[in-house]
Design a protein around this ligand. Sequence first.
Ligand code: NDP
Length: 473
Amino acid sequence: MPRSDRLFVDGRWLTSADDRFIPVENPATEEVIARVPHGSADDVDRAVDAARRAFPGWAATPVAERARFVAALRHGLASRQEEVARTITAEMGAPTKLAMTVQSGLPLQVLSSFVDLAGSIDQTESVGNSLVLHEPVGVVAAITPWNYPLHQSIAKIAPALLAGCTVVHKPSEIAPLSACILAEVIEGIGLPAGVYNLVSGSGEVVGEALAVHPDVDMVSFTGSTRAGRRVSTLASDTVKRVALELGGKSANVILDDADLDGAVKVGLANCFMNSGQTCTAWTRMLVPASRHDEIVDTVTATAAGYTVGDPSDPRTRLGPLASRAQRERVETYLGRGVDEGARIVSGGPHADGLPDRGYYVAPTVFVDVDPDATIAQEEIFGPVLSIIRYQDEDEAVRIANNSRYGLAGAVWSADRERAIGVARRLRTGQVDINGARFNPSAPFGGYKQSGNGRELGRHGLEEFLLVKSLQLP
Ligand code: NDP
């Protein structure tokens, strides 16, 4: 386990002004494995002050030099990848394979992609008699969640540092330990003091203190729509830039000419990945009435093959949910689904075969789900799929867009152009056609209440830049 009992502020490991600690629990064993400081508003003041003082020097550091630090960060995390993966498995329950490939592997790809983009920052543009420049936003508060703790941190911190911003990072209190490894690596590469600061603690105390702080120029937030709304409200007093990456209720639209086996196999894997705790999860499977029964049979057979259990066992496909509160939330939704008339064909609240200890929920499939039902509208954040039937393409699009969210989605068809046509009609930030792979350089973010920011690639870098026009004689 990394060092976790201190804050990392101004290049040093400090004790918090608050003498309380937050226990970190392993959701598979229910044992406390570490504790992190219960950061206070005073700690936030110290960290923001350090970041503010470091800002002019870091902003003036040549981009190539900043890119060298980002590359060194990648190297440092890569050399500790197995430890990062083990730590994330222990703190939030991601199975070993997922912890290696996505939880600890994806951040490395994202770091590389940002190093490659360094050249774009200094590029200027001429507009008539004006020269348009890019400059860093300033001090950035990065507030991150527990479901992909390192990836969501790197998706903010790498572009912020490259852009010339300084950072105060508040990780989730549920899964804060990969951020401690990150801080150790940052210390090891000799990043100037104050450029990156880590303040653990609760959202209500540390998160809110960052959102209102007059010396924070931008909040980059990933998490629930509820907390994102609160951050936006608090930040509005000081008119700071706010980038929100929030929840989703994404539709997997299977058209009548699709390869059903592929659509079901990939669709379930996407929905159940990370025990369903993924903001982009395709939690609504939209199926043509003409092929409904066939699809339900394939889904039921495929779902039965998912092994649930100890996340450190390499054979496990689904680990526990990240916390007791999360399991309770998901179980409440399972009850709600049944109460509102949907039928469970796989898993459910009374499924057999789950470990006695740990916050497990069986992968669950509902059929006969009304598109307006609670389980079809709210983000459950557990391994729960709702199958919804539609009559024709127009109705499929209507149901897919019948959501206050708009983060992701999928379309499957034997006819690529037909699939792209439907994808264009979906009001979401990204759509995968026929199971195409994730692209860590493509813009990522939501429409509607899924957020207002874009992360990753050039668009993600631009979030941390301001534009300035110089009018030339
Ligand atoms: P939160 O949105 O509460 O947590 C995300 C981050 O925001 C954490 O660091 C949290 O701090 C912080 N935070 C919480 N409240 C505030 C606040 N008032 N001001 C500033 N920061 C705050 O997620 P939960 O853990 O409560 O999860 C609840 C639901 O959110 C899930 O069931 C899921 O639906 C959704 N969710 C969506 C995510 C996504 O990627 N879209 C990620 C995580 C959750 P802390 O928790 O440490 O107190």
